[in-house]
Design a protein around this ligand. Structure first.
Ligand SMILES: [Zn+2]
Length: 778
């Protein structure tokens, strides 16, 4: 590792600074000294404790870096950030934070002299492991190198470097890699989620903030530092472009400011130019990734660009060979053919972790250098974006009335908005108001309004262009909270959220009643339920009330990591349900009725449930699925009076193996005919049915390639004739018309419940949590 330029820099600075600089350099350890290998070397993975020690060593040895623990990860590991800048900047961080705070709010008196703040975040997806190695090497270089670019970065920027947004995942992947190293399974992904609850969905949490890592990043970095740029490093498939960098593809969420998008185009294109000038090939811009869902980025609605790079992967740390004909054609480009946005294709060959690190080091330096040379415009535009957002006139605002069916969901919605720095006011009549005259009005508006996703086709009349993630994010519909648009000003406002009134009783319409019910069960108490209203009571209130026993819940867990399984676990724990995870062997062993009243199968394909990982693709104990023995055990469970719950695509397993009299009417329908890629759809409920207790007659459900059923069995939720789309994008509503979205089938002596939706969607769908909870106590 070079330590060039020290002398030259020192002589130019005068004796005092020379001494300081020399002291700063003495004993700054190079990564090799601590790790014993070059960053990104073949078959090397980093463990989190080593990464933390290295950053602490850097922090102890140099006055250009400060290392801070922000809190603990989900599984208790230190979650750290390194702040890197010129020593003089680091000594005055409070002042720079104050400058940022004022710039972020154009209503305040402004201070000059700010720095460009850039947050760099690595390896949230833990199998995309190279960026943590890049963070280590880049931190060392940024602290020690004296090139004009590195000097410009230190002088003009404040770099907040998070070497991993998912420290637990770093170790889950490192342990698995070491365990399989030198075996036929070297380079496979671990047979578990790489974040305890939500795995790959951990970067789909940026507006609901359900996980600790998201909460720490938003509360302690975004909301404190208001970064002008957030550069988030990822990896995609091995056969795609070697590196993607923005401009993004259409659509852009309409509430994101145009200045921000233009700057993103500018910075991304400059990074692509630097990568190309450095001789790197296979650089794609304006391809693959759209900029629609706020679940993947918080910053773009808070005045900060989101720069994403996606590097082609190796097999974790194991090199691969890519034949030219394996390179793929993706949305907006072809990895084999040059085009304006993919000027120099990479011709194939060996691809290794170090190649990814090399690209990422150039990209990191380039991004930070662009921030440095454009510092003044970025800060001025950041202020302007806030001004433009606060000048939004239509609508005037949103009103959240006090009278709501679900007090728990309403309180959660308000808290969630406030966590995202939305200013909330209230009137004397205890109506909450979100007015648009505020710096983050676009964020509030995006989350409170209905989405109209554009009808994008691959060619006129052709199949839809797949959205990168979901198309709807309307929290009031997801949470079952009534929110009204106000076109005229609301008078008599006072700041803040009103304290929550203590609940009267345990209404069936309040999602939070389930927490209370579970707490009563947990301490051995009894619970009764009114079978008309769904309300709960801790004592028998007489006619119409029925005692509800605490359900013994089994939750199916495959060795194929499944985020929906993790979200289900997370939800059960949040609401205090006791449950046991069931793996293939435990299901196959049979006798399930002795231990369980209900077994839940999260969203997964029937194929993956039945067969799991193919024999020979993983160590033997992780291969296979439920197989025929598992299906037989489930039929026996049902015959014994148990309830089986299948979520979304998992319903196909039930229709194939459990002789449920329901047919999925959209099975096999081409995407150009029927398409529902993460949308909110209107259904009507039969509120007299036990599964719909506590819910209103019309709700929106989360549909994601969801089945709909033609069935003679009870159907507590059905689609109406038309006007099915509530928010997002839907093709082919005629297929859904009048069909069932929720089926309660009698099989043997028990029930099979088919959810043609994701009722526990990503910690958001409070409205349909209640359908799911009702099914658990059925
Ligand atoms: Zn990723």
């Amino acid at each position: 590792m070079k330590r060039q330029g020290l002398g030259a820099r020192g002589w130019g600075l005068g004796l005092c600074l020379l001494l300081a600089a020399s002291a700063a350099f003495a004993g700054v350890p190079a990564p090799e000294e601590l790790f014993g290998h070059r960053m990104g070397a073949d078959r090397t993975v980093l463990e989190w404790a080593q990464v933390v020690s290295y950053f602490q060593a850097l922090g102890g040895a140099s006055d250009r870096i400060r290392v801070e623990e922000l809190g603990k990860s989900t599984e208790g590991r230190p979650f750290i950030v390194a702040t890197i800048a010129a020593p003089d900047t680091l000594r005055n961080l409070d002042r720079y934070r104050e400058i940022q705070r004022r710039l972020a709010d154009p209503r305040l008196l402004q201070l000059g002299g700010g720095k460009a703040v850039v947050l760099v975040t690595c390896s949230i997806h833990a199998t995309e492991l190279a960026s943590t190695a890049s963070a280590v090497e880049f931190a060392y270089r940024l602290v020690t190198e004296d090139t004009p670019r590195m000097r410009a970065i230190r002088e003009n920027d404040i770099v907040l470097l998070v070497p991993s947004l998912n420290p637990d995942g770093v170790d889950i992947v490192a342990r698995w890699y070491k365990r399989t190293l030198g075996t036929p399974f070297e380079g496979t992904g671990p047979p578990e989620l790489y974040q305890k609850y939500i795995g790959h969905d951990n970067n789909r949490d940026w507006y609901m903030f359900s996980q600790k890592e998201t909460q720490l990043t938003v509360a302690k970095l975004h909301n404190v530092w208001h970064p002008q740029i957030v550069y988030d490093l990822h990896q995609h498939g091995a056969y795609a472009a070697r590196l993607f960098v923005p401009p993004w593809m259409d659509p852009t969420e309409p509430n994101i400011d145009a200045i921000l998008m233009q700057e993103t185009n500018m910075i991304g294109t400059a990074m692509a130019a630097d990568l190309t000038a450095a001789g790197r090939q296979g650089i794609a811009i304006h391809a693959l990734y759209d900029f629609w869902t706020p679940s993947r980025h918080y910053s773009a609605f808070h005045g900060g660009m989101r720069i994403l790079t996606e590097s082609a992967s190796a097999k974790l740390a194991t090199p691969i060979t890519v034949a030219p004909e394996q390179l793929e054609r993706g949305n907006g480009y072809d990895a084999r053919e040059p085009s304006w946005n993919f000027l120099e294709p990479w011709g194939g060959g060996t691809w290794r972790q170090r190649d990814i690190v090399d690209d990422q080091l150039i990209a990191m330096e380039s991004c930070l250098y662009q921030a440095a040379i454009h510092r003044e415009e970025l800060l001025e535009n950041f202020y302007k974006i806030g001004q433009r957002q606060a000048a939004r006139k239509s609508p005037w605002g949103f009103v959240i009335p006090a009278a709501q069916r679900d007090a728990g969901a309403t309180a959660k919605l308000l808290e969630t908005l406030a966590f995202g720095q939305v200013e909330i006011e209230h009137t004397a009549a205890s109506v909450h108001v979100v007015r648009m005259a505020q710096p983050y009005s676009g964020w509030a508006k995006a989350l409170l309004e209905r989405q109209h996703y554009p009808d994008l086709r691959q060619y006129p009349g052709g199949p839809p262009v797949r959205p990168y993630d979901a198309t709807a994010h309307t929290l009031p519909l997801l949470m079952g909270v009534r929110v009204e648009t106000a076109e005229a000003p609301v008078a008599g406002l006072a700041p803040g959220i009103l304290p929550r009134k203590p609940a009267v009783g345990m209404p069936g319409s309040d999602t939070d009643s389930w927490r209370v019910v579970n707490a009563i069960w947990a301490r051995g108490g009894a619970v009764w339920r009114n079978m008309e209203t769904g309300d709960f009571a801790a004592a028998d209130a007489g006619a119409g009330w029925k005692q509800v026993a605490r359900p013994r819940i089994g939750l199916y867990r495959s060795f194929v990591p499944n985020s929906d399984e993790g979200w289900t676990r997370w939800l059960l724990e949040q609401f205090g349900f006791a449950y046991a995870s069931l793996q293939n062997k435990e299901v196959q062993a049979g006798g399930l009725r002795k231990h369980f009243d209900v077994i839940v199968f999260p969203d997964a394909t029937a194929q993956s449930m039945e067969h799991g990982h193919k024999a020979g693709s993983m160590p033997e104990e992780f291969t296979g699925g439920l197989e025929e023995r598992g299906a037989a055990a489930l039929r026996e469970f049902c015959a014994g009076g148990g309830t089986l719950i299948f979520l979304n695509r998992a319903t196909e397993y039930a229709t194939e193996h459990l002789s449920v009299a329901a047919r999925n009417v959209v099975r096999g329908v081409a995407a150009s005919e029927f398409y529902s890629p993460g949308s909110l759809l209107n259904v009507r409920l039969d509120t007299r049915h036990p599964l719909a207790l506590g819910l209103p007659a019309e709700i929106a459900i989360w549909s994601e390639h969801s089945p709909a059923f033609a069935t003679g069995e009870a159907a507590p939720a059905r689609y109406a004739e038309d006007h099915l789309l509530a928010s997002g994008w839907l093709l082919g509503e005629k297929y859904l018309a009048r069909e069932a979205a929720l089926v309660d089938a009698r099989v043997g002596g028990g029930h099979v419940v088919l959810f043609g939706m994701r009722p526990q969607y990503r910690a958001q769908s409070y409205q349909t949590f209640k359908l799911f909870f009702n099914a658990l106590v059925y």
